[in-house]
Design a protein around this ligand. Structure first.
Ligand SMILES: C[S@@+](CC[C@H](N)C(=O)[O-])C[C@H]1O[C@@H](n2cnc3c(N)ncnc32)[C@H](O)[C@@H]1O
Length: 241
């Protein structure tokens, strides 16, 4: 079996969801369907942890990745992995910061691809974050998230303790975060002008070891693709008329 992370096994050392089959199956959902968009792309990775998906994006052809991650332990892992696997310094930027402080900054940047992986249930500020991402004008946004089982477009809020690397960052305190439903993720993306493509885990996953949450529909992977072609046609049509 050809598994991307088997060539870079140091990524299996992370304490956060680094089972080899989990990383492999998520690679198939996150990277493989989006190779065309990643080629030559400027990528933003929010909640980057040890840099696993930024690293995979660079290997899939991205030109540059910007990682946002507030935890020093995670950023140290990312720096170590990128040095260990000889990623040139000019291919990545690390921003060690809580993303809730960076919405204005994100909105003022330009990114081709935004990765929101394992993060959308660690914020209480989904709409502000999506608006900032939208303003940075990406062609695609890839979301991999826990979801609540609700047919409506809802966000279920809770108080989350900042206990370890898997949690929302809140300087050791607690923070209100919310888990969206699948319909809410669709709504946020379509409202921002993206067409939604859900990765079909039921049909595409070939080994359910360590990915039972996807099998039970407690988690999903979605790509929002900007409909630039259609918009261009509409504008063109307008001029011709
Ligand atoms: C579940 S891990 C996901 C890691 C990786 N993106 C993935 O999908 O495999 C969530 C990451 O988000 C980070 N995180 C939590 N709160 C954050 C915040 N307010 N701003 C930015 N990153 C945050 C955590 O430190 C952790 O590394």
């Amino acid at each position: 079996m050809n598994r991307f992370f088997d060539q870079f096994p140091a990524f299996y050392a992370s304490p956060v969801s680094a089972h080899p089959n989990r990383l492999h199956q998520r690679y198939r959902a996150i990277i493989e369907p989006n190779r065309a968009a990643l080629a030559g792309a400027k990528v933003l990775d929010i909640g980057a942890h040890d840099g696993r998906w930024s690293f995979a994006a660079l290997h899939a052809g991205a030109e540059h990745v910007t990682m946002i991650e507030p935890r020093p332990s995670a950023m140290t892992m990312a720096r170590t992995r990128f040095a260990e696997y000889s990623v040139p310094c000019n291919r990545f930027t690390i921003i060690q910061e809580d993303v809730s402080h960076l919405a204005g900054w994100i909105a003022g940047q330009r990114f081709d691809v935004v990765l929101l992986l394992g993060f959308l249930y660690h914020t209480g500020d989904h709409l502000r974050l999506m608006e900032a991402i939208n303003a940075s004008d990406p062609s695609i946004v890839v979301i991999d998230s826990e979801i609540v089982d609700d047919a409506e477009a809802v966000i279920r809020y809770r108080v989350e303790q900042d206990q370890d690397e898997r949690c929302a960052f809140a300087c050791g305190q607690s923070v209100i975060t919310g888990t969206p439903s699948a319909g809410m993720i669709d709504m946020m993306l379509t409202h921002c002008g993206f067409r939604v493509f859900r990765f079909n885990w039921s049909r595409r996953c070939d080994d359910w070891q360590a990915v039972g949450d996807y099998q039970q529909h407690l988690r999903m992977t979605v790509t929002g693709r900007r409909e630039r072609h259609q918009l261009a046609q509409t504008c063109n049509g307008g001029r011709q008329a």
